[in-house]
Write a protein that binds this ligand. Sequence first.
Ligand code: NAD
Length: 255
Amino acid sequence: MGNLEKKTALVTGASRGIGRATALALAAEGARVLVHYGRSAEEAEAVVAAIRGNGGEAEALGADLASADGAKSLAERVRAIVGERLDVLVLNAGVSKAARLEDYTTADLETLYATNVRGPFFLMQQLVPLLDEGSSVIVVTSVVARTVIGKPVVENPSIMAYASTKGALETLVKNWAAMLGPRGVRVNSVAPGIIDTDMSNFTKTEAGRETALSLQALKRIGKPEDVADVVAFLASDKARWITGASIPADGGSKL
Ligand code: NAD
């Protein structure tokens, strides 16, 4: 018997990377998973097929979460599937960008804030009526929301603007936890360190990997599953007394 039997979870950005690993981890605990994707229906369908292949239930749902309309249309389809209640909401979709301070453009800031802050905000706004006693919301932020993880990473180019979007999310998590606590809804964040996905492309070079390893107490690069397992814990009733918290999944990258 898994920890999430009879529960339904929506995971945004679940076609690849941390979102994909999270969808699989939640399904392994027995949840029915709504696998949201931005562009790649094919990758999302592969995640759905993997879950169904293991005897689980899943469905793929596409939407551009950089727009309020995209969030609204996704929420409408989720509502049509789940009815009155959503047990687990994982706000994972996000984008990153590295640049020198002098080189950030208006468009860069627009994309970062639209995807990483406004998208989760509007989706939460749409789905909040479906959250009730025992529901769990997990927001994937980043260790860089609270700390500059190392000089080599902040030298040119820097992910400072991305880091600020994750700081905004951490603030929202605390507010949402306070707002929804009286209803028995928990809201937490998982703050990953450097994880081997398409997003962390600097880990793909020898020099980048060395830098990344030098920043970790545990001397390896994180895997999507290292984050997904923490999300699955927070999604379950095992974490029933945890809300408004930010749990690092970073191999000790700020030590
Ligand atoms: P990734 O690029 O593989 O995944 C990002 C996902 O977000 C993709 O599925 C993508 O389709 C989706 N997405 C992006 N823009 C979207 C949009 N406009 N509409 C809908 N979906 C959109 O990277 P990842 O590493 O798996 O990232 C997942 C989360 O983890 C992100 O929020 C990221 O900021 C966070 N994170 C990653 C790392 C890391 O080192 N990889 C570290 C800390 C935090």
